[in-house]
Design a protein. Structure first.
Length: 201
């Protein structure tokens, strides 16, 4: 039986505020709906637009199984399998940053109802570095949020980063991570960018 973590990505991350006209979603396949799966179907070791790592029996991918947890958005969920002591993730590079541009990132994380093992999860924005499977080699962590999971429910993690003039032109990888034990669920990610002056908050 597959041990799953589920992830949810969405397309606009500001919680409790309207999006400015200049903001745009920069995440590909933010809700893991490519391709849409039939009920009970699993696609292992590939998520369109994302990189992940396969390690032995521990893999990643997308699934559609509402009996384990209903998708936070759309029909599909992303999952990451992790053994105790491991840290794994899925990564997407958002492109080069511009000076003064603010990036608001958000992810929904769920914990399946059929597993008692909880995991630590986080959404992270890195500056620079290279994507290696489901991780970043080099680079600097510039923003992170690690929400606490609730079994059978979705919790949202959000984080914000504004690029300085010295950082302009560097790439910005978005990472969803899981560590310690198996089967956190993740559902939907959002990342918005726009001029800092146009963003509320």
């Amino acid at each position: 039986m597959l041990r799953k973590a589920a992830l949810s990505l969405a397309a606009a991350i500001l919680v409790g505020s309207a999006l400015p006209a200049a903001a745009q979603n920069v995440i590909a396949n933010p809700s893991f709906e490519t391709p849409v799966l039939a009920d009970g179907a699993v696609q292992q070791n590939f998520i369109a637009g994302w990189s992940g790592t396969v390690s032995g029996a521990n893999n990643y991918g997308i699934l559609r199984n509402p009996s384990l947890i209903v998708a936070q958005d759309g029909s599909n969920l992303a999952f990451i399998n992790v053994d105790p002591g491991q840290t794994k993730g899925i990564v997407q590079t958002l492109g080069a940053v511009s000076a003064g541009e603010r990036y608001d990132a958000s992810a929904w994380f769920g914990w399946r109802t059929d597993n008692a093992n909880v995991a630590n999860v986080a959404i992270q924005l890195w500056l620079g570095g290279s994507v290696v499977g489901g991780d970043i080699s080099g680079g600097v962590l510039v923003a992170s949020n690690a929400p606490s999971l609730v079994q059978g429910a979705w919790v949202q993690g959000t984080t914000t980063y504004t690029a300085s003039p010295a950082q302009a032109g560097q790439v910005l990888p978005l990472v969803s991570r899981m560590s310690r034990s198996r089967w956190p669920l993740a559902g939907r990610f959002w990342s918005l960018k726009g001029p800092a002056t146009a963003q509320p908050g």
